[in-house]
Design a protein around this ligand. Sequence first.
Ligand code: UDX
Ligand code: ADP
Length: 460
Amino acid sequence: MSKIKKITCIGAGYVGGPTMSVIAQKNPDIDITVVDLNQARIAAWNDENLENLPVYEPGLDAVVREARGRNLFFSTDVNKAIAEADMIFISVNTPTKTYGKGKGQAADLKYIELCARQIAEVATSDKIVVEKSTLPVRTAEALKSILDHTGNGVNFHILSNPEFLAEGTAITDLHNPDRVLIGGESAEAIEALVQVYEAWVPRERILTTNLWSSELSKLVANAFLAQRVSSINAISELCEVTGANVEEVSKAIGQDSRIGSKFLKASVGFGGSCFQKDILNLVYIARSYNLREVADYWEQVILLNDHQKTRFAEKIIQTMYNTVNGKHVGFLGWAFKKDTNDTRESAAIYVADHLLAEEANVVVYDPKVTAEQIYKDLDYLGTRSPEDNRRLVRVVNDPYEALSGAHAAAVLTEWDEFKTYDWTRIKEDMKRPSFVFDGRKLLNRLELETLGFAYYAIGE
Ligand code: UDX
Ligand code: ADP
């Protein structure tokens, strides 16, 4: 197989956009077109002002500035881009099904299938089709079947190349990955993709496996990471009742090189588009093979995470004398973690929902998330009418405004800037007693208590 000259990526989201930007940056001789049906999204990727890129990632603007217009293009012309490419990445969303069989657990493969059908219809030359989206095991088989049965007699090779980047550090993760994983059946197709990554990734970090191992490894990597967070969160509750301090416990166990120190930070609960979805997928697959114990084991990671979010909201209510009705709770942060504007499955959404059910007035400040997104997240839950969400929730652009007159402050995201605020000023503007509920163990207990705050942190 000759060297890849043209790549198309279908889906210009959190995965497709940054990944293709870096591949283009490192392979100036390969033309890369990222396509999406969403015109507004493509317009934003093409915006002269790099602050308007649809994805906020530190360092992404510099990569786009270097490659865009040179060998990196964003377009809505999906068919043209498919027709021209030697290699097509599928990087569309695979949300959890909200209907029918596997509702709430299985991945909805509707978008993937539509892509496959479109590729089959348009392609008039051989293509390597790369699964970039996280998919259930054996999706490649379905893809291959659709491509081969509906295509124009051209050859399709399917590769699985799961993405391990984490949001907020996507560019450093892409520049310096722990490993790149490529699964496939055709040695030639695998080698073609290896060459793309070899432009900057040392060969020994590029692992090649069979298709199913690659697909499953992605789910398992996320399940293990999420399991660590749920494990330490379970311990955080035990710490609160026993007087142990979860940060000290994390440090003590993390220094054991067999355990390691990463992903042991207790929090209000993990969020993001991957952890919950991937575990649900794993559970669904296990159940569909009748592996009940395996399914139950992994499901517990999610149940504990749900418990942690509820527990945090309950703690706020209990501490504030068992009623938050009409009380002003200022939220610092809405994103599922710092340095991203992504809010998918963010703990903040569920904590807010719980407090709103008790008629609290929530005022939100997040450095990167828009008011529109916050209302969309709440409306999507369907717990109450959009009018009620707007009646109870206000979104502001200034953290001091979020906390002015507040009965309580709640830290939902670990944005660094929250640490640098003038907490003396905040204390003066808040109601008394002035409660701070730190869902990220971000702030300094001693400093806040000295200022007169009633400070509660997860795991202490
Ligand atoms: C994750 C995986 O890390 C990445 O490899 C995969 O490709 C996609 O899913 P991401 O969802 O971007 O990445 O974020 P991650 O940093 O893994 O954090 C996930 C959630 O866990 C966040 O809500 C974060 O706040 C939480 N978390 C993480 C903790 O609460 N404690 C920790 O110690 C680590
Ligand atoms: P991820 O986090 O996996 O990147 P996103 O939702 O951020 O997920 O991005 C997926 C993108 O894929 C969306 O912008 C969506 O419009 C796009 N998309 C979905 N289906 C198609 C399709 N058939 N053709 C082109 N783009 C698509």
